[in-house]
Ligand binder design. Structure first.
Ligand SMILES: [Zn+2]
Ligand SMILES: [Zn+2]
Length: 236
């Protein structure tokens, strides 16, 4: 019986592949077998601080992290940006919220051990402004956090950190503008924060300005340790 419902649902609303956006082939999987290799994982040689792929072997930190301190302790990211860019674009702007299940599974499988080590009390998605969320229908970072939290049994706190100002999309700005753009962008929604270690979840990491600013606000509210997990990383 369950199988019949599944088939009807698959016929009416086939699950789309996060890479090619066609109904997944074969049906029942979360991604086409032939599309699987198009998403490139960040290699083992990545920055110890932010998780960005390193241009030269034997380096510990990327050029940016050698120059600039970050507010967070450590960050990891799943895919190299270019390989996932089109997919993340649809995930964000073309109502493909269904991709979250695949991405959440990927994040949980790839980072299970390090997440255990981080030993976080909660996952905190980077919020988007309320009007933007209403228009889009969801916050993609929140969907990722929910999928990951469900799989690894970590609570998701999606209401604690709030976006109080609608900011220009970071991708349209340079590094200095990005930092200014985020001033007073976030606030904490309650006075009594009981968390001490958290993981910030976002879709894309570029310069780290967004997660740094969010971390600053979270630390000011009493959170001691902040780690960062993102779906894709790169220079945009
Ligand atoms: Zn595909
Ligand atoms: Zn780095």
């Amino acid at each position: 019986m369950k199988k019949i419902f599944w088939w009807i649902r698959e016929l009416l609303f086939p699950r789309r592949c996060p890479v090619c956006d066609n109904p997944v082939n074969p049906a029942g999987k979360k991604i086409c077998i032939s599309c699987r290799s198009k998403l490139k994982y960040v290699p083992e040689e990545h920055c110890m601080k932010c998780g960005k792929p390193l241009l030269q072997e034997n380096e510990e930190y990327c050029a940016e992290c050698r120059q600039r301190e970050h507010e967070f302790i450590q960050g990891k990211s799943l895919y190299e940006y270019e390989s996932a860019a089109a997919s993340i674009y649809r995930f964000k702007y073309a109502k493909r919220r269904e991709y979250a299940e695949f991405f959440g599974e990927e994040l949980s499988e790839r980072f299970r051990d390090i997440i255990k080590e981080w030993d976080a009390d909660a996952l905190i998605p980077i919020p988007i402004h309320e009007t933007r969320k209403r228009k889009r229908g969801y916050n993609q970072a929140e969907l990722l956090a929910e999928q990951l939290g469900k799989r690894l049994d970590i609570p998701v706190e999606s209401k604690l950190l709030v976006r109080c100002r609608k900011t220009t999309p970071q991708k349209e700005l340079n590094a200095v503008q990005r930092q200014n753009n985020l001033k007073k962008a976030f606030k904490i929604s309650k006075n009594d924060v009981k968390l001490s270690t958290i993981i910030v979840i976002d879709d894309i990491y570029t310069t780290g300005s967004t997660v740094d600013e969010a971390t600053r606000i979270l630390k000011r509210a009493g959170i001691e340790k902040v780690y960062v997990l993102t779906l894709a990383i790169g220079n945009i």
